[in-house]
Design a protein around this ligand. Structure first.
Ligand SMILES: NC(=O)c1ccc[n+]([C@@H]2O[C@H](COP(=O)([O-])OP(=O)(O)OC[C@H]3O[C@@H](n4cnc5c(N)ncnc54)[C@H](O)[C@@H]3O)[C@@H](O)[C@H]2O)c1
Length: 110
């Protein structure tokens, strides 16, 4: 199954990699161009046991890729997960700010 994960942070990268590991074709999307470029080069921005090896294996086997093209990823995918910043901003700033991030990601994804 083709899956897009919008937001390639702690949740998105780990979830997307696990979806790929279980046989899905996953496109991880982020607005952070530097992060996506590094991921394409095999530089993993966070540490979770076994994550780096799993990312590299799934990229090598063509089940996991990274992009900043949200619209393209969504068009190609049957299921879309949104894992952008929300709770931290919501607590630190205002509820509306967190919701705006979510709506922003969903709107761009159309
Ligand atoms: N980290 C946790 O332990 C945890 C636990 C429960 C729930 N959550 C929730 O999961 C979500 C993601 O959390 P996280 O810890 O992965 O955050 P994170 O900050 O590590 O990652 C979020 C990513 O989303 C990207 N992003 C922001 N706006 C975007 C957009 N419009 N389009 C594409 N990418 C965008 C950011 O560049 C960033 O890379 C949040 O809603 C958070 O509240 C996180």
């Amino acid at each position: 199954m083709k899956v897009a994960v919008v937001g390639t942070g702690y949740v998105g990268l780990v979830a997307g990699t696990c979806f790929a590991q279980t046989g899905n074709n996953v496109i991880c999307v982020d607005v952070d161009e530097e992060k996506i470029e590094k991921l394409k080069q095999g530089v993993i921005p966070i540490y979770e046991p076994g994550l780096e090896e799993m990312v590299k294996q799934n990229v090598k086997e063509d089940r996991l890729s990274f992009t900043t093209d949200i619209a393209g990823a969504v068009r190609e995918s049957l299921v879309i997960f949104i894992a952008v910043v929300w709770a931290v901003l919501t607590f630190a700033l205002r509820w509306e700010t967190g919701v705006a991030y979510l709506v922003g990601a969903a709107t761009v994804s159309k």
